[in-house]
Design a protein around this ligand. Structure first.
Ligand code: ZN
Length: 250
């Protein structure tokens, strides 16, 4: 599970509202934000003008430009324009700004999933994909500007996520897929049953990550790898398809 402890309560409340509008259950939000379900319920009960909260968090450097774009459901170019606008003084009177639900509803749209497979997504698959999309918001990718989120399903039915974290010394950067795998292993898992990866353009995992995923996938033929974008499912591969003739020592 990613460490979201650096986010303050107000920002967690704002993110909880966004995820709630995306159809996440309270339990999923609680797991994601590392807070209790009761806290989520409390957050959701209190009204929240979450857009200014999220924009301010981006201005303060608490979340990246990619995160802002994702959470507001706008392009990165638009998010950049939003950041350049002068912050408005909070109004002392008058009605609070009502967030426009249609912007966030776009995040739920998965047009490609309609024809992807005959079977609709299971709750677990949906949660896995949601986790990959959501954690992308926390990617640290100031050099490539290519934010990625990944999530893996462990054999004890947990969903563990990770994002890419870049470094000024480029070779020290790590991909989202490996971050997710290492998080899963560090939290006690040993087997990975399914993977979801969210990139801006539907890119597939790099070769290094395919090899790392294989290390913990006992059945690569039966290990789906969902490649998704923020607003659409691109394709469901299996790990065996992505890494044929794989190298193994165990
Ligand atoms: Zn990679």
């Amino acid at each position: 599970m990613i460490d979201n402890s650096h986010l303050d309560a107000k920002l967690k409340r704002a993110i909880a509202h966004v995820l709630h509008r995306k159809g996440w259950t309270q339990q999923e939000i609680a797991t994601y934000l590392r807070i209790s379900r009761q806290s989520v319920a409390k957050h959701l009960k209190s009204s929240c003008d979450y857009q200014p909260e999220i924009i301010q968090a981006a201005r303060d450097g608490k979340i990246s430009l990619q995160s802002l774009a994702y959470l507001l459901g706008v392009s990165e170019a638009k998010a950049r324009r939003i950041l350049k606008q002068t912050p408005k003084e909070p109004k002392s009177r008058g009605r609070p700004t009502i967030p426009k639900p249609h912007i966030l509803n776009q995040l739920n749209a998965d047009p490609a999933s309609q024809h992807l497979n005959a079977a609709p997504l299971s709750d677990t698959e949906r949660a896995l994909i949601q986790a990959a999309r959501a954690v992308r918001a926390f990617a640290y990718a100031p050099y490539s500007n290519y934010a990625v989120g990944a999530a893996v399903l462990t054999d004890d039915q947990r969903i563990v996520s990770g994002c890419n974290v870049e470094n000024a010394s480029y070779g020290l950067s790590i991909c989202a897929e490996r971050a997710a795998v290492f998080n899963a292993i560090a939290s006690g898992a040993r087997n990975i049953l399914a993977v979801a990866v969210c990139t801006p353009d539907g890119g597939t995992p790099c070769g290094a990550c395919r090899q790392v995923l294989l290390e913990f996938a006992p059945e690569p033929d039966n290990c789906p790898v969902w490649v998704v974008k923020p607003d659409a499912i691109v394709r469901r591969y299996t790990l065996a398809e992505l890494l044929p003739h794989a190298f193994r020592l165990l």
